[in-house]
Design a protein around this ligand. Structure first.
Ligand SMILES: [Zn+2]
Length: 250
């Protein structure tokens, strides 16, 4: 029998994905996320409730605006599916409803940040700051997490990436690592802790290499395109979360 908290997380998952889609659409443009109603970017029509039902509206309208027929970018739909998937994973892996809430919000934040970097090469401050606060807050209240290790991991993650950023700029004379990655590493470092942090960065680097190889193979002209390393870091953090969750389940 599923507990009410888990049921709530599963029901609210696609709506969280939908909200992340609005955040990712508006934050990089500097638009207000809360006050402005949802609207079609082509015909400017305000969307109604039937246009905004997560998963259902996109499928019913076959990925097009109901008013002007313009196709809607599929990533908004992928976010809704991804957020539901994250909720399912969190509920299955958690031993208690509180743990399920922590894991679900953590995975939703990773999802939003991964998409933001892949789409815009940006890691919005509100998301990186929430991630850090959420992980530190969890380490403070959780009986199985050490707050001191989380703080150490956050400092180590952010400082090492800041040094890397400065060193790259001095050696190459241009920016190689964004400040957003440094802020992201504070939250991810807090989650990984100082001992698992090198593993997380290694997994992200290998994923980046794989990404570059796939890009080069499919479109040879993309060799100079920057790799969204924040996406790789979030992916690696998701893998670390999965590894820890599976170790607990076994
Ligand atoms: Zn439209």
């Amino acid at each position: 029998m599923i507990d009410p908290v888990s049921l709530f997380l599963l029901l609210v998952g696609p709506a969280i994905g939908s909200f992340l889609g609005v955040l990712l659409d508006r934050l990089p443009r500097g638009e207000n996320v809360v006050r402005r109603r949802s609207f079609c970017r082509t015909c400017k029509t305000n969307l109604r409730v039937r246009d905004l039902i997560p998963l259902v509206s996109f499928a019913l309208n076959k990925g097009h605006c109901r008013h002007c027929g313009t196709s809607i970018p599929p990533w908004a739909f992928y976010l809704e599916i991804g957020a539901l998937g994250a909720a399912i994973f969190a509920v299955i892996a958690a031993a208690t409803p509180v743990e399920a809430v922590f894991s679900a919000v953590f995975l939703w934040l990773l999802l939003g940040l991964a998409f933001a970097d892949a789409l815009w090469m940006r890691l919005p401050d509100p998301l990186t700051a929430t991630l850090l606060c959420w992980v530190l807050g969890w380490a403070y209240v959780s009986p199985v997490q050490e707050l001191s290790l989380a703080v150490m991991g956050a400092a180590l993650g952010a400082c090492s990436f800041l040094l890397l950023r400065i060193a790259y700029r001095m050696l190459r004379g241009r920016e190689g690592l964004g400040l957003g990655d440094v802020k992201l590493m504070a939250g991810l470092g807090a989650f990984a802790g100082p001992f698992d942090l090198p593993l997380l960065v290694l997994a992200a680097s290998l994923s980046g290499l794989l990404w570059a190889l796939v890009c080069l193979r499919s479109k040879p002209g993309l060799s100079t395109k920057a790799i969204p390393f924040g996406t790789m870091l979030c992916f690696a953090a998701g893998l670390l979360w999965l590894a820890r969750a599976s170790a607990l389940l076994i």
